[in-house]
Design a protein around this ligand. Structure first.
Ligand code: DGL
Length: 279
């Protein structure tokens, strides 16, 4: 069997994509990962589709300098707004989080109602709903933006926090009479608030973590294309941010459940400089 030692490159609007990195590291511990968090421009979830597409293209251009074998768009908002365009312009395989999350939800729902919670931009794009329909699933879909969850997580609040719990009630209680069977956590940050979300929705609602599903899909794709790293190697994690590396080290640990040592801040000049000026 052949192996491929090039890295997997992952980007998100900020720190939240580390939940996807966490899932990738658990599933694929031999893989070298390069992560870019666009912390200078987060959040993407309140921005227009045009702006998100531009940012996503720039994030990909930056990561292509590392010669990855695969690109992962960990950000739901960027996956929703930009994946089709990126697929046709990026010269390596590229995976987003929307399709894997939608597929897992469709499988589990078995025709019953699916709820999608996400940023405003993701909800407005209808990307999850479209992906569910493209799978031939005609289950009813209800969507709800939960915009204050992201700043709560960025601020260090977790599922045990009273404000998070109040927000979860405010956002999610209106969905209870609709009795969804499945709820897609359609934003990088929401898995960290899983317990607060589950407490409102109750045990009958299956929560789908798009990041976890994406990691599963990445493993499958690498296996199919004989691109897996040699199993006996220990994969590295190298992180880049566009602002405040210290915050990634501190808050990022919570997303990743392991210390983050290797973090570099990329200046706007370096970020926009093109291939020759970097690495
Ligand atoms: N990463 C974004 C997402 O998954 C959440 C944060 C943001 O709004 O940029 O949709």
């Amino acid at each position: 069997m052949t192996h491929e030692s090039r890295c997997i490159a992952v980007f998100d609007s900020g720190l939240g994509g580390l939940t996807v990195v966490h899932a990738l590291r658990r599933r694929l511990p031999a893989e070298d990962l390069v992560y870019f968090g666009d912390t200078a421009r987060v959040p993407y979830g309140t921005k227009s589709p045009e702006t998100v597409l531009r940012f996503a293209r720039e994030d990909c251009d930056f990561l292509l300098r590392f010669n990855p074998k695969l690109l992962v768009v960990a950000c739901n908002t960027a996956s929703a707004a930009a994946l089709p365009e990126l697929e046709s312009s990026v010269p390596v395989p590229i995976v987003g989080v929307v399709k894997p999350g939608a597929a897992a939800a469709a499988r589990r729902a078995g025709g019953r109602r699916i709820a999608v919670i996400a940023t405003e931009a993701t909800v407005n794009s209808n990307a999850y709903k479209r992906a569910i329909r493209e799978l031939g699933c005609d289950a009813p879909v209800v969507q709800r933006a939960c915009p204050l969850f992201v700043p709560c997580v960025e601020e260090g609040r977790d599922a045990s926090d009273a404000i998070v719990q109040a927000l979860a009630r405010e956002y999610l209680q209106p969905l209870i009479p609709l009795a969804p069977a499945v709820m897609i956590l359609g934003c990088t940050h929401y898995p960290l608030l899983r317990d607060a979300i589950a407490a409102v929705m109750g045990p009958k609602v299956a929560l789908v973590d798009s990041g976890e599903e994406t990691a599963r899909g990445v493993e499958e794709l690498l296996r199919q294309q004989a691109l897996l790293a040699r199993a006996e190697t220990v994969g590295s994690l190298t992180c880049y941010v566009s602002d405040n590396p210290q915050r990634l080290r501190e808050v990022g640990q919570r997303f990743l459940c392991e210390p983050i040592r290797d973090v570099t801040c990329v200046s706007p000049e370096e970020f926009h400089a093109g291939e020759s000026a970097h690495v």
